[in-house]
Ligand binder design. Structure first.
Ligand code: GDP
Ligand code: MG
Length: 187
């Protein structure tokens, strides 16, 4: 994918700006809500129709724990499970693996992404924070994946776990991205 993050150059060339950087890759099957979550985080708005083929990287200057962080988010758009993963594996230092709580299949697809990331991190002998994220919490009535299923998959892979909705409150969505940045700094 192309990058629209033209502001990066300006920010990083300003000396002593003291900006940490964190590259977050959004992974997960089509329709799980990666773009809706990314847009919500960046604009506080819920966009219900987003081009499913559009893959892009966005930049936002955030304050996490009173410290500025240049957060870059790659909103991936795999057609069919993990393919050409190098583009995000070699770039990201944090991963958010998304499924939809009302779609069992999207949850099962997370295993592929979690395996892909864990094989990569073993290979490069580095730890990267991974967050398993159940989206569409507003669809509770149609839930197909219990919270305990989410928690147990997360603990199996040693990741953090949250459930949110891209169309409900902004703070919960922001918290997930900030947690990824916080953990990435710690590694
Ligand atoms: P992506 O393929 O993972 O990027 O998924 P999108 O962000 O394009 O979302 C797929 C569909 O799910 C769209 O119709 C969105 O409007 C819808 N969607 C995304 N997030 C939510 C959510 O939190 N709740 C509900 N009800 N729908 C959502
Ligand atoms: Mg998308």
């Amino acid at each position: 994918g192309k990058s629209r993050s033209c502001s990066v150059v300006n920010l990083t060339t300003i000396p002593d700006r003291g900006l940490n950087e964190c590259n977050i890759a959004m992974l997960g099957c089509r329709g799980s809500g990666k773009s809706a979550l990314t847009v919500k985080f960046l604009t506080k708005r819920f966009i219900s129709e987003y081009d499913p083929n559009l893959e892009d990287t966005y930049t936002s200057e955030e304050i996490v724990d009173q410290q500025p962080v240049l957060l870059k988010v790659m909103d991936t758009a795999d057609q069919d499970g993990p393919v050409n993963c190098e583009r995000y594996l070699n770039w990201a230092n944090a991963f958010i693996v998304v499924y939809s709580i009302d779609n069992r299949r999207s949850f099962e697809a997370c295993r592929l992404y979690l395996d892909t990331v864990s094989i990569h991190t073993k290979g490069v002998q580095q730890e990267y924070p991974v967050i398993l994220l159940g989206n569409k919490l507003d669809m509770e009535r149609y839930r197909q994946v219990s919270k305990s299923d989410g928690l147990s998959l997360a603990s199996k892979y040693g990741c953090l776990f949250y459930e949110v909705s891209a169309c409900l409150d902004f703070d919960s969505v922001q918290r997930v991205f900030h947690e990824a940045a916080r953990e990435a700094r710690r590694e």
